[in-house]
Design a protein around this ligand. Structure first.
Ligand code: PGA
Length: 251
C-alpha cells in the first residue's frame, strides 16, 4: 500500500482530486468508483472548482457508487443518489445515464444486487475506486464479519454505523436499517483504489489497517490483498501509526 500523509484535510482533498483528474486525463472514458460520507466531500469540492476552470472533461466518464440505503428514493435528501447529485454530479458534465448507484427501492432487492454486480462487470470495473473507511473498518457498508468473497449484497446496518450516520437524519429512528452495498470482492475488482482517511476519529482504524493481520473482522484489511492501493491520510488520522514508528514524509 502506498501511503501519502498530508498535513490536513484540505491538502488530502486536493491530492485526491489531482489523482482522479490525472486518471480522467489519461483515460477520458474512465470508470470511477465513488463514495459518499463526509470524507470525500472536500475532494468533490476540489473537482467542481477545477471543472469550473475547464481543466477536466467528464463527458465520457462513467461512475459507480458503492452503496445506497434501502427504502429511500433518489429524491430523498438522505439517499446517496441525492447526495451525489447535490455534491458532485450536478456540477460536472458526466452524463446522468452514466452514473450508477444501487436502487434502494427496487421491488426485488436480490435481483437489484445481481443487476448491479453485472453492470460492474460489463461496464467496469472502476479504473479508480474512491473509498472511505468506517471507525470499525467498514468499507462501503461492508461491516465487520462480511466475507471477503462477497459481491453486491443486502446488509443490515451495524448499530454503530447507524449512530455514526444519525447526524444526517432528524432522529436515529429515521436512519434506515438496511442498505445495498458493493461487496468486498466487488470493491477489490477495481484496478486501483484510493482510500481516504481524515481526522482523529479515524486514527484507530488506520492504525489497525496498517498493523493488524488481514481478517474479515476488519473489512478494510482486505485492501492489503489488492496490488494497487493508495492511502491518503492526514496527520490527525495517521498520528497513532507514527507514534508507533511509522515512517513517512508529509506533503
Ligand atoms: P465518513 O464515512 O467519510 O463520513 O467518515 C466513511 C465511512 O463510513 O465509510
Amino acid at each position: 500500500m502506498k501511503i501519502i500523509v498530508t498535513k490536513d484535510y484540505e491538502s488530502l482533498s486536493l491530492r485526491a482530486c489531482q489523482l482522479i483528474e490525472e486518471e480522467v486525463e489519461r483515460r477520458p472514458d474512465a470508470v470511477l468508483g465513488l463514495a459518499t460520507g463526509s470524507t470525500p466531500l472536500g475532494t468533490y469540492k476540489q473537482m467542481i472548482r477545477s471543472y469550473k476552470h475547464g481543466r477536466t472533461d467528464y463527458q465520457h466518464v462513467t461512475t459507480f457508487n458503492l452503496d445506497e440505503y434501502v427504502g429511500l428514493t433518489g429524491d430523498h435528501p438522505q439517499s446517496y443518489r441525492f447526495f451525489m447529485e447535490e455534491q458532485l454530479f450536478k456540477y460536472l458534465n458526466v452524463p446522468s445515464n452514466h452514473t450508477y448507484i444501487p436502487n434502494g427501492t427496487a421491488d426485488d432487492m436480490e435481483e437489484e444486487c445481481e443487476r448491479y454486480e453485472r453492470l460492474i462487470d460489463e461496464i467496469g470495473p472502476p479504473d479508480l475506486q474512491l473509498l472511505g473507511i468506517g471507525q470499525n473498518g467498514h468499507i462501503g457498508f461492508n461491516e465487520p464479519g462480511t466475507p471477503f468473497d462477497s459481491e453486491t449484497h443486502l446488509i443490515k446496518l451495524a448499530e454503530s454505523t447507524r449512530k455514526a450516520n444519525a447526524r444526517f437524519f432528524d432522529t436515529l429512528e429515521d436512519v434506515p436499517t438496511r442498505a445495498i452495498t458493493m461487496g468486498i470482492r466487488s470493491i477489490l475488482k477495481s484496478k486501483r483504489i484510493l482510500l481516504l482517511a481524515s481526522g482523529e476519529r479515524k486514527a484507530e482504524a488506520i492504525y489497525r489497517l496498517l498493523n493488524e493481520v488481514v481478517d474479515e473482522k476488519f473489512p478494510a484489511s482486505s485492501l492489503n490483498r489488492h496490488a494497487d492501493v493508495t492511502l491518503i491520510v492526514d496527520e490527525k488520522a495517521y498520528h497513532k501509526v507514527e507514534e508507533t514508528g511509522g515512517n513517512r514524509s508529509v506533503e
